[in-house]
Design a binder for this molecule. Structure first.
Ligand code: TMP
Length: 206
């Protein structure tokens, strides 16, 4: 049985992950690939309960936030991601560990070494086969996020927080060029999606 591929989507707020997720869904469906779409924090009943806690609570410390992200991830990996990949099912996950480096590391200033320790302990070598990183200037993304209505606890952070998030994502893309593909989300949607299709075409060949 060939293992399924693991694809993650990353980026700041309002960069168009949801729209492009629909494109990926359509791409995989048309090619008869068995896949499952999920998200972090979330993806399991326990993970979704953690998501509500982490997104809505006031006064949560950065360390609590980091540990809850990894708690949700632990459950997600054991209950959903690993079993699916082992059955040959592809996983498309809206955010994964790169988000912890970007938001809790870059945004909140938690030491990377702590995040790496949790990552290694939990993931035991599990890494996405492809990460699509949607990049747009902070102001563009925040404007789009505001247009969607009520802002959550993360979306009300100051622009400087999102600049650090964006910089960290870009650093990660430089560090892992084979896995992380940076997409300019300010391009016309057809161009972004043509690039996504190219990355998915290459992934199918591996
Ligand atoms: P979403 O906006 O993609 O639904 O994600 C929810 C929020 O959770 C988003 O603002 C980023 C944040 N997040 C982290 O801070 N760390 C993480 O590890 C993950 C997975 C998400």
């Amino acid at each position: 049985m060939t293992r399924g591929k693991f694809i993650t989507l990353e980026g700041g707020e309002g960069v168009g992950k949801t729209t492009n997720l629909e494109f990926i869904r359509d791409y995989l469906q048309r090619r008869g690939i068995r896949f499952f779409v999920t998200r972090e924090p979330g993806g399991t009943p326990i993970g979704e309960a953690i998501r509500r806690l982490v997104i809505d609570s006031q006064g949560m410390s950065a360390r609590t936030e980091l540990l809850l992200m990894f708690a949700a991830r632990a459950q997600h990996i054991e209950e959903v991601i690993e079993p699916a990949l082992a059955k040959g099912i592809w996983i498309v996950c809206d955010r994964f560990t790169d988000a912890s480096y970007a938001y809790q590391g870059g945004g909140r200033g938690i030491d990377n070494a702590v995040i790496r320790f949790l990552q290694e302990w939990l993931q035991k070598g599990l890494e996405p086969d492809l990460t699509l990183l949607f990049d747009a200037p902070v102001e563009v993304g925040l404007q789009r996020a505001k247009g969607r209505g009520q802002l959550d606890r993360f979306e009300t952070e100051l622009p400087a927080f999102f600049s650090r998030v964006r910089e960290t994502y870009c650093d990660l893309a430089r560090q892992w060029p084979h896995r992380i593909k940076l997409l300019d989300a300010t391009q016309p949607l057809e161009d972004v999606q043509a690039e996504i299709a190219r990355h998915l075409d290459s992934l199918r060949q591996t």
